[in-house]
Structure formats: C-alpha cells, structure tokens
Ligand binder design. Structure first.
Ligand SMILES: Cc1ncc(C[n+]2csc(CCOP(=O)(O)OP(=O)(O)O)c2C)c(N)n1
Ligand SMILES: [Mg+2]
Length: 384
C-alpha cells in the first residue's frame, strides 16, 4: 500500500521505494548466465575470460564428482553422515574464486567446492566426513576454519576474524558462508550487526537453497528477500542468481574489494536450490514433490556454463569426457587413500577439541581410553 511505502537507499545508492511488499524491488536478482546458456550483454569481464570460466567449470565438476563418491561411500557404510552440495556448486566455487589466498574462509557444512578451490584436498574432506579429526587439520589453507556443523554459530566467529584484520590493519577479508535457515538465528543477526557497526572487512554469503532440512524458505521467514536482512545492520547487500557462477563471482569480487578498501561488510544472498537430500540421513521425498525438484534441475549451474562454453567454442565433448575421467581418477585415488588410512584412536576426539582439556572432559577421555583398552573392537569406517 502506498501509505506504507517510504524511500530508502537501494544497493547501488539510488532511492528505492520500500514497504512490506516491495523488498524484492529493492534487491533485484542479478543474473548474467541464463539456464539456457545465453549470456546477458551487460555481463562483467569474467564472462569474457575463457580461461577463468574453464577453471570454474572444472572446479564445479570436481566438486560434483566428490559429492557422488561421498554419497556412494556413505551408502556402503564407509563414510559418516554427509551433506551433499548437488546443485549449489556455483555458490561455493564462485565465492572462493573471488577470494585471495590470505583471506579466511569460514564455511558451513555444504561448501566442499570452496574448500577444494582453496586447497583442502578431497582426501582431507573424506577424512572429515568419515569422522576423522585430521580432516579439519588440513595442510593447505591453514588459516581457514573447519566446517561448522552448528548452524550460524560460525557467523560471530567470522566477524571476530574480520575484527582481528581491522585491528591489525591487514588487507584481508573474512568470508562466512551459511544457509537460508541460518539467517533465522540470533547469532547471524549479532554477527552482521557487529560487522556493520565496526565496519569490518567481512563478507557473509547466504546460500539460499530454499530448504532448512524439511522447513521450506516460506515457513522460515516472512522476509521477502534474505538480502534485506542486511538493512537493519546497516550493511551493503545484494541478491544474485546463485546458479550463475559469473554473478556469484562478480558480486563476491566487488564485495571483497570494498571490504579491502575499508568500506565495510556485505551480505550476498545467492539464490540456489538443494537438489539432493539434506544429508544422507534425510529422505527429502517425504516433504517435497518430485515435480519441484525436476523443475529446479533445469536451472542447475553446470549445464548452463557448459552450454555457454560450448557455444563460444571453448568446450567440446572430448574435453568433457577427459575432464570427467580426470576428476573420477582423482577422487577415486583420494577415496582409496582415505579407506587405507587407519582410523584415529578414540581419545583423538578429545585431543582435537581443546588446547587445554577441562577436567570434566579429562575423565571422559580416560573412560574412552579404558573402554578401548578393554578389548572392544574398533568398528573402523562405519556410518555413525
Ligand atoms: C544450532 C543448530 N541447530 C540445529 C541444527 C540441526 N540442523 C542441521 S542443518 C539444519 C538446517 C540448516 O538449514 P540452512 O541454514 O538453510 O542450511 P542448509 O542445510 O540448507 O544448507 C539444522 C536445523 C544444527 N546443526 N545446529
Ligand atoms: Mg537451506
């Protein structure tokens, strides 16, 4: 209603009308690469950088290959509960591709593509999802955080990392990726509020995959967009098509440049869709229609990029076949190495948790050791 409508600054600084029904207009979704593989004329420079596009496509392919293998290992009792990133590869890979090595990634549990891009190995990821603490002690990006299974609790950690960068005058950015459901939690609001008031070099990326386990986006929040949640924190925000890796990478690049220039934090809502189950412990067919899932398959991120690359003469069926073979070989080798790695002793879970073990935990550690020593068989790699 007109009487509810006021003027406010839009994402690009221009005045936009806001009111209960007009937030979508304030945060229009940026998309350059359409599901049919056509590119908008106004696309950013990334769209004309063939080498970079191929690198993005390769990374998404490797991520999907990892996903397929992880699910197969879990289904055969050789991996723990696993969270698939099927259909969301462009969010993780696009964001990571815009980061510098010295930035810090603070991921949730569905960002395998970002971790792989930054140098965590698929072997380490298998270890992690196999319940082995060494999987979080990765050799590559030592400054990056491990996976956060608790929803949104990593957002304040990420703001804290950004505060450290600011206090030390380091030109680095802390990048937190979290889900749509996570934006309903208090720690998310606390983090963006804190980042806003301190003008921190932080980027929060919401991978809006439409579901928080069985809770659909509409039952999660009355907010028309998730990007608008940044308004109350006084931080910049925009919404992008999260299945368009070019839109994701471009938005992340601009946000990171602003953060590095001391212009404060940004929230990016990347609109995507979870094509798989929530985790291997879930059966999504219990709460959503096959028709909905099929519809979203037509919008998934990899086919559109492949079509675009092919139309540009940058990708052929032979290259596709070679890439798939390379990815499978790499992932199979990592899985074999993981399966051949003897599990850690049971007390390892205590040893990785604290720098100094609290006395109450010390007693539990002793009990676990005693149980192991009493001859109970180590079950090896089974689903927990
Ligand atoms: C603090 C906390 N509460 C509940 C859970 C159980 N849980 C795991 S994932 C999830 C839904 C998360 O949804 P969303 O943030 O949209 O991320 P997605 O799983 O869709 O990637 C919930 C409730 C948890 N891990 N942590
Ligand atoms: Mg979600």
């Amino acid at each position: 209603m007109a009487s509810d409508t006021k003027k406010a600054a839009g994402p690009d600084g221009s005045a936009v009308a806001i009111g209960p029904g007009s937030w979508a207009a304030a945060f229009p979704q940026r998309r350059y690469l359409a599901p049919d593989g056509t590119m908008a004329a106004a696309a950013p420079a990334i769209a004309r950088d063939g080498e970079r596009l191929i690198a993005l496509y390769r990374a998404m392919t490797l991520t999907r290959c990892f996903d397929t293998k992880a699910i197969a290992l879990q289904r055969t009792g050789r991996l723990g509960t696993y969270a698939s990133s099927l259909g969301q590869e462009a969010v993780a890979v696009g964001v990571a591709s815009a980061m510098r090595p010295e930035d810090v990634l603070v991921p949730s549990f569905r960002e395998h593509g970002a971790q792989l891009w930054r140098g965590v190995t698929s072997y380490e990821l298998f270890l992690y999802w196999g319940g082995d603490e060494r999987g979080s002690d990765f050799a590559g990006p030592r400054q990056d955080f491990p996976v956060s299974i608790p929803v949104a609790s990593h957002a304040p950690h990420s703001a804290g990392v950004a505060l450290a960068f600011k206090l030390r005058s380091e030109k680095r950015v802390s990048v937190c990726i979290l889900g749509d459901g996570a934006t309903s939690k208090g720690d998310f609001y606390e983090a963006i509020n804190f980042a806003g008031v301190w003008r921190l070099p932080a980027l929060f990326v919401v991978a809006n995959n439409q579901w928080a386990i069985s809770v659909p986006r509409a039952a999660q929040t009355a907010a028309q967009t998730l990007a608008q949640k940044a308004v109350a924190a006084g931080i910049a925000a925009e919404q992008v098509d999260g299945n368009d890796v070019i839109a994701v990478a471009d938005a992340a690049e601009r946000a990171l440049a602003r953060a590095r220039a001391g212009e404060g934090p940004t929230l990016i809502e990347a609109v995507t869709y979870r094509l798989g189950d929530h985790t291997t412990a879930d059966d999504a067919s219990r709460y959503r229609d096959d028709a909905e899932v099929s519809r979203h398959w037509t919008e998934e991120p990899m086919s559109r990029l492949r079509q675009y690359l092919a139309a540009q003469g940058l990708w052929s069926a032979d290259q596709e076949e070679t890439l798939l073979a390379q990815c499978s070989a790499e992932i199979d080798a990592a899985a074999d190495r993981y399966l051949a790695t003897p599990p850690e002793p049971p007390e390892a879970m205590f040893d990785h948790l604290y720098a100094v073990l609290p006395p109450s935990m010390a007693a539990q550690r002793d009990a676990a050791l005693a149980e192991a020593l009493s001859g109970q068989e180590n079950p090896g790699r089974t689903d927990g």
